[in-house]
Every structure is written in structure tokens, then in C-alpha cells.
Design a protein around this ligand. Structure first.
Ligand code: GTP
Length: 205
């Protein structure tokens, strides 16, 4: 079957408070591994992840290859200035909180304000934000550990016009499951990007 195979390159950045699991999700993409003793990220790390043959429109037989450069950032306060300098080029911003830590969820709003301030200044267009709740395994082991309801996260996404990626676990989800979450986000970005004609807008959901 003949396919329209364009390759599109995007930069994605992992953001969120320290210890929410950004590096652990990054490790899933790098080596499909997990460590209970992950160390604080210093500065920025990056890697390329290919998403090939993504079905964009089955009826029109449109498939695309995406080359995503994924950036892992440091959540600690002292690195915020460095991290902010990476928002600028990011097409996709993946904002992460821990389901068992309400403070990390409350701080999502601060991250959003910071992103929106920076991007407005830079007059960029077409970026998208995905919210992910991490450490689902902890809640599956003990329901009392839950500090953030799914409904609260969905509500925040609606209010802020960002994409709800769902709940995940860097510990128990494998690479395939993370690729599926990211693939849906990529497809959303592609779908909305093609419709976006205003030059200063964020992609809303
Ligand atoms: P910074 O580098 O400081 O910004 O932190 P980070 O967001 O990169 O967090 P990191 O991935 O280093 O994880 C912090 C701690 O949480 C580590 O001990 C991880 O093993 C643990 N952790 C991360 N994700 C999960 C998860 O899904 N489930 C469980 N149980 N632990 C997790």
C-alpha cells in the first residue's frame, strides 16, 4: 500500500517538580528500565525517539514518521532558569505530577504560568502541553496513597486547554505503553497543527 511518509521533527520537554519521575519516564524511552534509586537530574539530558508509520488519516492513507528529541529537565528550583530556556523550542511540553503528592499537582499551575509567560514573550505558535499523573503503581498498591483524583486532573486540563495524557507508572508501564501515550499526543498535535492558522496560539483541547 502506497503511503505518504513525511518525517516531522519535534522537540518535547519533560517538566514538573523534582521527584515526580521525569528521569524515570526518560529511562523508559532510553533503555526500558526503572530504578528505585534514581538521582536528581542536573541540567538537561536529551535523546531521540522515533515514532514511525503513525496513522494520521486511514481513509486518506496518510502516515507520517516523527522524530522526537526528548529533553529531560531538572525539577529542582535552582535549575528553573536553565529549564525555562528550553521551553522556547519545544513543540510538546509534558507536564508531570505525582498522583500521591498533592503539592506536585498544585505546582502544575505554577509550571503552566511559567510556560505561558515564556512562550507569549517569544511569540511562538503551535505548541501543546500534555499533563501526566505518574506513580500509579503506588496507588494500585494502596488506594489511601491517592492525593489527586483523575477528575481533578481532567478538570484542570479542560480549564487550561491542555491535553490529558492520563495516569501512568514509570515503574510498571513498559516502553510500549509510554510510546502509546506519546503517540496519541503526537497525533493530537499533528491534527491541531494542521488546523491552526493563528500565529500566536497554543494548541487547545
Ligand atoms: P528531578 O531529577 O529532581 O527533577 O526528579 P525526577 O522528576 O526526574 O524524578 P526521578 O525520575 O528521579 O524519580 C524520583 C524518585 O521517584 C526515584 O526514587 C524513582 O525511583 C521514583 N519513581 C519515579 N517514578 C516512579 C513510579 O512511577 N513509581 C514509583 N513507585 N516510584 C517512582
Amino acid at each position: 500500500m502506497a503511503k505518504n511518509m513525511k518525517q516531522i521533527e519535534y522537540k518535547f520537554i519533560l517538566l514538573g517538580d523534582s521527584t515526580v519521575g521525569k528521569s524515570s519516564i526518560f529511562s523508559r524511552f532510553r533503555s526500558n528500565s526503572f530504578s528505585n534509586n534514581s538521582i536528581f537530574t542536573v541540567g538537561i539530558e536529551k535523546m531521540v525517539v522515533n515514532f514511525d508509520n503513525i496513522e494520521i488519516d486511514k481513509n486518506k492513507n496518510i502516515y507520517k514518521n516523527f522524530k522526537i528529541t526528548l529533553f529531560d529537565t531538572a525539577g529542582q528550583e535552582r535549575y528553573k532558569a536553565i529549564t525555562k530556556s528550553y521551553f522556547r523550542d519545544s513543540k510538546g511540553i509534558i507536564l508531570i505530577y505525582s498522583i500521591n503528592n498533592i503539592t506536585t499537582f498544585e505546582h502544575v499551575q505554577i509550571w503552566l504560568d511559567s510556560i505561558k509567560d515564556s512562550l507569549n514573550d517569544w511569540k511562538r505558535s503551535g505548541y501543546a502541553i500534555m499533563l501526566l499523573g505518574n506513580k500509579l503503581d503506588i496507588i494500585e498498591n494502596n488506594i489511601n496513597e491517592r492525593q489527586v483524583l483523575i477528575e481533578e486532573a481532567e478538570q484542570l486540563c479542560k480549564e487550561q486547554g491542555i491535553y490529558w495524557g492520563g495516569e501512568c507508572s514509570a515503574k510498571t508501564f513498559d516502553l510500549k505503553q509510554f510510546k502509546e501515550i506519546f503517540e496519541k499526543f503526537i497525533k493530537e498535535i499533528d491534527r491541531k497543527s494542521t488546523r491552526l492558522n493563528s500565529s500566536h496560539d497554543q494548541i487547545s483541547y
